[in-house]
Design a binder for this molecule. Structure first.
Ligand SMILES: [Zn+2]
Length: 385
């Protein structure tokens, strides 16, 4: 009789190594919360075997842009329900929280969550409590000392800063507010995430001010001042990327246009970070979750080999979560694993009133630190959720 060596073996799936950018059909063995072996034919040594044939096996997903300040902000979705139960084991809140509300975020959201949460702290002390009232319309709410103090005292959570540069948020003071935000991010040694779309000024002017490592949110927005001109990615966007400025795909309620994404992807302009911008405003549609955002971009031309690193290792590195074993699937590392499977063809909406018909990606099995996570069904199937 073969000796039992592993608690669990995920057998025969297509297993991704997002660091190497490769995949192979093989087995993944888990013991005591860690990845014990990645090799073919391990099933005979397992206490439990899950057949993953025909499924995609990857590191637990990392969401680089979401809004999870539940019960305080009107845009806050419940983190575990919106993310963990849909295959995402770690996520970054993108500016829902400002310095004045950070203590509540830490106590009531980060601490009780079953998943790992970090954030981009809003440069306004108010944060994004209620999107009807721009948090920087009073520019005095940008208090650099407060933001810096919160970042300094909470390095386990604060991994960057966020400014929303829409006209209804910053008014006409966008340039001085962006400068102050960049200065404080430089002081803290952290990146700045900048929300584009609906900006007063054309995008090149904004991009010219950003530093390597800063993140432009919503690269496939269909709103004015986006990345395309005459159906081509504008040179300033390519220049910014060449300098190390990053672009996230943050779908959001109103910032993914299939038309823009299809053209940009055809040109080879892929997001550095594949993110969903899930919030209480969109988690029942049109965004739903990160895996549905990924399925949409796959339908528009991205391959799984291009998709997987952008929702695992790339955000994990940017958020400093790779050092905790997020974003990778390696022998000896923590068993954060997401297994996805293709579904039937489904009509999927963008944020601009268009739709495509494509298979969705659904979490078939999720492990966080080796613990099996109970998954939730796709919320498009049950609008009452
Ligand atoms: Zn957002």
């Amino acid at each position: 009789m073969t000796e039992i060596s592993f608690d669990l073996v995920l057998s025969g799936g297509t297993v991704f190594d997002p660091v190497a950018g490769t995949h192979a059909v093989t087995d993944v063995a888990v013991t005591d919360g860690r990845v014990a072996r990645i090799a073919p034919s391990l099933a005979a040594q397992a206490r439990e075997v899950v057949d993953c044939a025909g499924k995609w096996v990857m590191p637990g997903l990392v969401e680089g842009h979401t809004h999870v300040f539940e019960n305080v902000s009107k845009v806050g979705a419940p983190p575990d329900e919106a993310h963990l139960r849909r295959g995402v084991v770690a996520a970054a809140d993108a500016g829902t929280v400002g310095a004045s509300t950070f203590a509540a975020f830490r106590e009531f959201v980060v601490r009780p969550a079953e998943m790992r949460l970090v954030n981009f702290l809003n440069v306004s002390v108010l944060g994004l409590i209620d999107f009807r009232f721009g948090e920087l319309l009073n520019p005095d709410t940008l208090v650099a000392e407060d933001a810096l103090a919160v970042a300094r005292d909470n390095p386990d959570v604060v991994r960057g800063f966020k400014i929303r540069l829409s006209e209804d948020v910053v008014g006409s003071a966008w340039r001085s507010l962006l400068k102050s935000s960049l200065a404080l991010a430089t002081d803290a040694g952290l990146p700045l995430m900048v929300h584009i779309g609906e900006t007063e000024e054309p995008l090149p002017e904004v991009l010219g001010m950003l530093r390597p490592g800063d993140i432009v949110a919503h690269c496939y927005t269909g709103k004015p001042h986006g990345i395309l001109d005459d159906d081509k990615v504008i040179p300033a966007v390519l220049d910014a990327r060449a300098r190390g400025v990053l672009f996230d795909s943050a779908h959001g309620k109103s910032n993914l246009s299939f038309e823009v994404a299809r053209k940009a992807i055809a040109e080879g302009f892929l997001p550095d970070l594949l993110t969903s911008d899930t919030s209480a405003r969109n988690w029942r549609g049109p965004v739903f979750d990160l895996v549905t955002s990924a399925a949409k971009l796959r339908a528009l031309g991205m391959t799984m080999d291009e998709i997987v690193p952008r929702m695992t290792i790339a955000p994990a590195r940017r958020l400093g979560l790779d050092t905790e074993g997020y974003g990778t699937l390696v022998e000896g590392g923590p068993a954060h694993v997401t297994v996805l499977e293709d579904t039937e063809e489904t009509t999927l909406p963008d944020a601009a009133g268009n739709s495509i018909v494509a298979p969705r990606l659904e979490p078939a099995l999720v492990l966080h630190g080796g613990q099996r996570v109970e998954t939730s069904p796709w919320r498009g199937l049950d609008t009452a959720r």
